[in-house]
Design a protein around this ligand. Sequence first.
Ligand code: 5AD
Ligand code: SF4
Length: 440
Amino acid sequence: MTGKFYIETYGCQMNSYDSQAIEGILEGLGMTPVLKPEAADLIIFNTCSVRDAAEQRVIGRINQLDGLRRGRKGRLLMGVAGCMSQRMGEELIAVTKRRLDFVVGPDQYNNLPEILARIEAEERDLCYRDFDQEVAYFAKPKDTPPGGTHFVAVMRGCDKFCTYCIVPFTRGRERSRDRRSIVEEVERLAARGAFEVMLLGQAVSSYCDDDLDFAGLLGEVSAVEGIESVRFMTSYPTDMDIGFFRAVASLPKVGTGIHLPFQSGSDKILKAMNRRYTIGEYERILENGRREVPGLLFSTDIIVGFPGETEEDFQATLAVVERQAFISAYMFKYSPREGTLSARWEDDIPTAVKEERLGRLIALQERMSRRQLDRCLGQEMEILLDEPSKKLETQLRGRTRSNVRVIIDKDPDLKIGSKVMVRVTEIKGTSLLAVRVQGD
Ligand code: 5AD
Ligand code: SF4
C-alpha cells in the first residue's frame, strides 16, 4: 500500500503515544505521514470518549473533512481509532452516515494492514474492536529528539471502574507490559537522544510485573543511561503509600510533580463515584508525600456537578483546593457517558449550575496556582532544559524537577538536555522567568 496519511489525535497522552504506533505501522506498509489532511489519501481520527464534547467535535470534524472528497481524483479513506471506535463500533459508522471506511479499537492497530487490504478489495464498513489482553504496541519514536518528553505506555486499561468513567469500557482490563520491553524501549529512545520519558497508564501507579511494582519500575527506568528525567501519569491515590514516596525521594531523576486526581472533596460523592478513599485519606496521602519528598508539587483532576452534588458537597471540593494549593488542576463539568453506572442516575445538576460551580472553582484554582508560583520568586533551583522557546529565538525552555515551566535567556554554552541552576525573577502566566545563577 502506498499513499499519504494524516492522523488527527484527540484526548490523552496515551492517544498521542498510540498515534505514533499507528504511524509506525502505516510506514511499515510504505505509506508516508503528512501534516495536513488536504494532502492525505488516508485520514485517521484517534479519538477520546471521556466527555461528550470531545466526541461531538470529532463527529463535526469527520463531516467537515468529508468535503475534501468532493472534486478529488483518487480515493480518500477515513477511519476512526481510539476510544470512540471501541465505545460505538458500527454505530459510529451509522452516525457519520457511512462517511467512514473503518473503525478500529485500541487493541486492534496491528490489524491495520489487513483492514486497508480489505478496503482495497472493496469491502466496506469494517469494524475491528475486540479486546486483546496480550496486545502491546511500541510507538515509533518521534523524529525530533533531543527535546521534548517522550511517552512510553507501561500499562493499558483500567480496573478501577469509577462510576462516571468510560475508560474501563473503551480500554479494557488493566495489563502491565513486561519490564524488559519497557526498559528496552527507553534504551532505544535514549540512544536516539531522548533525555526525558513520561511513563503512561490510566492508573500507572498500579503497574505490576510479577514482583516488580511501580516504584521498582521507576528505579529500572531511571537507571537507563542518558535519561535525565522520568515522569509519569496518571496515578491513583491509594497506590501512593509511604514506601512509594520514599522511592521517589531516593531516585533523583524521578520528577516530583505528581498528578493525583481527587475528583471531589465530598465523601458522599467520592463513594458514589466508587473512588476508593475518603477525602481525609486523600489529604493524608498528600501530607505523606510532602513529608517524604522535598519540593513535591501535586496537580489534580476535579469533576463538578456529579449527580447529587449539593452546594455543600461543592464547598467541600473548594475547601480541598484552598487547603492543598495544587500547582495546577484539570477541572471538568460532569458529562454522563452511556454504559457507565452513573449514566443510569439522573443528571440532576442543571448545566447553568455546573457552569457556575466550574467558574468558581477555576477562579480559586488560578489564585492557588499563582500562590505556588509566587513562592518560587527569588528562589534558586535546578532546571532541565528541554526545548527551544516556541516564541523567541533568544530563549530556552526548561522545567523544574517538580515540573514547573521555566524560561531563560539562551547562552552559547547552554544545551538542551542539560541541567542548569537558575534564579526565578518573574512569573509569566503559568511559567517562571529566570536567570542563570553565576558561577554555575
Ligand atoms: N465527566 C466529566 N469528567 C470526566 N472525567 C472522566 N470521566 C468524566 C465524565 N464522565 C475526568 C476525570 C478524569 C479525567 C481524565 O477526566 O476527572 O480524571
Ligand atoms: Fe477512569 Fe477511574 Fe480508571 Fe481513572 S481510575 S481511568 S477515572 S475508571
